[in-house]
Design a protein around this ligand. Structure first.
Ligand code: V47
Length: 367
């Protein structure tokens, strides 16, 4: 950490005291952190908290992403991945094609398969159940992290059943965990402007809470760097930690910097490195009840994600293998990293690489 007097000079000595005492920061504290000109001071506070929780460990996972379809009824303005059904770039994978992708990687020691798509207008619910059953059969040792809260609500609407029943059926088909996507920022103002057809912030939180109560862990994301205010980011973080107080079901938080290419937000530009690091650090400091914060290298770039390990992040995500959502929006990162590359990046950053599964159980201890 920097010297205490530095925080005094910056007018945030009281926030520094709260962090050191393990006390919760308010949304107003968060606003002051965003306003503080010294990003290193904020970063070192977040690093203090991250080190208290995880020491020098930095986690990674051997995983595989599979997108079953990009056809989506929501048409969110920030998304370059989703397509209408009749678009020449629309795709929809058959179950056999999905299994083929899993089979191609059977030789790799993958412990997590991450499956998401758009909100498809007419795929039957049995399609999703079959994906889970068959992937589970092919790779019984890998955890399946699939379908965001937005997809869960969409399946419920299409099938005419409750989101709770959707979750129960998917769990019995092999679902282990929900990924954190679809949260964007919960602010209704932002959602009305960017994704009016999408599940509301309140709806997203309800589905996440239901999943937690059924014993299904989830992650949570925040898409930032478009039209949202800092206050809206902080209110998003506050809503997440309130739910986490109730359920304890969130595993990892992932701040996602908006990638503007091929999207429909006029005049949007990429976030800068300092903004990304500051948002990472503020997220770590606000989310005092979240065990893990992910530096998602796909959206941050590998180099900035490595630096983010000093700004509150403790997880580097993983091998990924084939990424579409960020890359269709202009992400400049690689498509995949190997175990060797992940370990070298983490080690050269000064951390100890620890392989984990989707629940953050260490690979050497996982059953
Ligand atoms: O929900 C969409 C975001 C998310 C853009 O849970 C965009 O472990 C940036 O949620 N620029 C999907 N982001 C990715 C995601 C995720 C990724 C890795 C790990 C986990 C996890 C979750 O990507 C979407 C949306 O919020 N997104 N468009 C864009 N233009």
């Amino acid at each position: 950490m920097l010297e205490i007097k530095t925080y005094g000079r910056l007018g945030i000595a009281d926030i520094c005291d709260k962090v050191l005492a393990g006390e919760r920061l308010s949304v107003e504290d968060g606003e002051r952190l965003f306003a503080c000109p010294d990003v290193l001071a904020i970063g070192s506070l977040a690093h203090e908290m991250r080190t208290r929780l995880h020491g020098t460990s930095a986690y990674y996972v051997m995983n595989q992403h599979i997108n079953y379809s990009n056809i989506c009824v929501n048409g969110c303005r920030f998304c370059a991945f989703g397509r209408e059904k009749d678009d020449p770039k629309a795709f929809q994978l058959s179950i056999e094609r999905i299994l083929e992708k899993v089979r191609q990687r059977l030789g790799d020691p993958i412990t997590e398969i991450h499956i998401v798509g758009g909100c498809h207008p007419d795929l039957p619910f049995s399609y999703y159940e079959t994906i889970l059953r068959e992937v589970r059969r092919l790779r019984p040792d890998a955890s399946i992290k699939a379908f965001t809260a937005v997809e869960i609500a969409h399946f419920a609407r299409s099938e005419g059943i409750t989101t709770r029943d959707v979750l129960i059926r998917l769990k019995s088909a092999g679902l282990d965990m929900l990924p954190g996507g679809g949260a964007e920022v919960f602010s209704q103002r932002v959602r009305d402007l960017l994704c009016p057809r999408k599940l509301s912030g309140r709806g997203w939180l309800e589905v996440a809470g239901q999943a937690h109560r059924l014993g299904i862990k989830t992650n949570a994301t925040m898409l930032y760097g478009h039209i949202e205010t800092e206050r809206e980011r902080l209110e998003h973080l506050d809503a997440l930690r309130t739910l986490q107080d109730e359920t304890g079901g969130f595993v990892c938080f992932i701040p996602l910097p908006f990638q503007p290419a091929n999207t429909r937000i006029e005049g949007a530009v990429s976030t800068t490195g300092v903004e990304d690091l500051r948002t990472m650090a503020v997220s770590r400091l606000m989310l005092d009840n979240f065990p893990h914060i992910k530096a998602y290298w796909v959206m941050l770039t590998v180099k900035l994600a490595q630096v983010a390990l000093y700004f509150g992040a403790d997880d580097f995500d993983g091998t990924v293998i084939e990424e579409k959502i960020g890359h269709m929006a202009g992400a400049e990162s690689e498509q995949a990293l190997t175990r060797g590359e992940l370990e070298r990046i983490i080690r050269e950053g000064g951390f100890t690489p620890v392989e984990r599964n989707c629940f953050f159980e260490r690979a050497d201890k996982a059953v």
